[in-house]
Design a protein around this ligand. Structure first.
Ligand code: 5HY
Length: 250
């Protein structure tokens, strides 16, 4: 049995959240799938807006480059903004899946309408931009925020997790949605219990993305190298970007 190696990239530099994401990915990975959970060597401790996303995206590209060099089969971007997704696909040969798009795709297979529960109000617009970009606007009933910072999910108090639970219960009651999408990589370990309690599919993008990358690899499919996702035109990058002057990605 061939071993698949899937790299799960947490674009922020929180080691605690990288561990939460890695554990959730390993929970659902098939026998024979090796999960490598990584985060950038430097960057932003949590992604809570457009600026943070830009920094996080560079960390994603750094890790995709290192993963391609190490010969991994596929990549997952484990932040609900899917930062750097298309640029990462240019660098990669295997599949690259973002947790937001994975969860949204999966939700529409299970319900005609879903709602999203994310962290801060200021990141709601990022989810809305992705809904439009991916063509899921008409499937999404509402986007809710628990109004707590991303790293509150890692503070060990359980307060943020309780807020997520309350928001999901409220969303099911108010939105008449058939499914709920959890809008943060740090919520990956909450889906199964909430699905059970609420009696509707509650989907975390990390698990959804692992199963999608496995499915794509199982079909022998990788990122198309014809057209806009072809490898970037080689040119000498300077300074911190010299890492990309690498034949395995250029
Ligand atoms: C995430 N930020 O999944 C997003 C969540 C958000 O650091 N990991 C982050 O609220 O956008």
């Amino acid at each position: 049995m061939t071993t698949l190696r899937i790299q799960v990239i947490n674009p922020n530099t929180s080691l605690a959240m990288t561990q939460t994401i890695g554990e959730a990915a390993r929970m659902v990975a098939s026998a024979g799938t090796e999960i490598l959970s990584v985060c950038p060597s430097h960057g932003v401790p949590s992604i809570e807006g457009h600026f943070d996303e830009a920094i996080g995206a560079m960390g994603v590209l750094e890790q995709v480059t290192l993963g391609e060099r190490a010969g991994v089969d596929g990549h997952i971007i484990a932040c609900f903004g899917d930062p750097g997704l298309l640029a990462a696909r240019e660098l990669a040969t295997g599949p690259v899946v973002g947790i937001a798009e994975a969860a949204m795709h999966m939700a529409t297979l299970l319900a005609t309408r879903f709602s999203i529960v994310t962290t801060l109000p200021r990141t709601v617009i990022i989810a809305r931009h992705l809904l439009r970009q991916y063509g899921f606007e008409q499937h999404c009933q509402a986007v809710h925020a628990i109004d707590l910072p991303v790293l509150s999910l890692e503070d060990g108090t359980g307060f943020a997790q309780q807020k997520v639970r309350e928001r999901c219960i409220q969303a099911k009651a108010q939105d008449n949605c058939g499914a709920i999408v959890l809008g943060c990589g740090g919520m990956a370990n909450l889906a199964r219990e909430l699905s059970h309690e609420l009696g509707i599919p509650v989907i975390d993008g990390v698990s959804a993305a692992v199963k999608m990358v496995e499915a794509l690899l199982g079909l022998g499919l990788g990122t198309s190298k014809h057209g806009d996702l072809a490898k970037p035109n080689p040119k000498p990058l300077t300074g911190p970007y010299a890492i990309f002057n690498d034949p395995s990605v250029m």
